[in-house]
Design a protein around this ligand. Sequence first.
Ligand SMILES: [Zn+2]
Length: 75
Amino acid sequence: MVESCSAVNCRNRRRKDVTMKFYRIPTDPNMRKLWLHAIRRENFTPSTTTAICEKRFTPEDYELISRKNLAIEGF
Ligand SMILES: [Zn+2]
């Protein structure tokens, strides 16, 4: 279960009272690059629990992600 955002300097956490989508790192190599860019961490190896909140993406990124339907279910 993902509880918080993996991006640098982001303290967004999953909360019941706030609607915020979190996105799990995709397996697609091109999409992974987008995640790693958004996370802004060097030498970071994503795990299966790596996720980032919607605030870390640009509107263009967000559209792409939405189209691919990568949101974590239940968030
Ligand atoms: Zn975040």
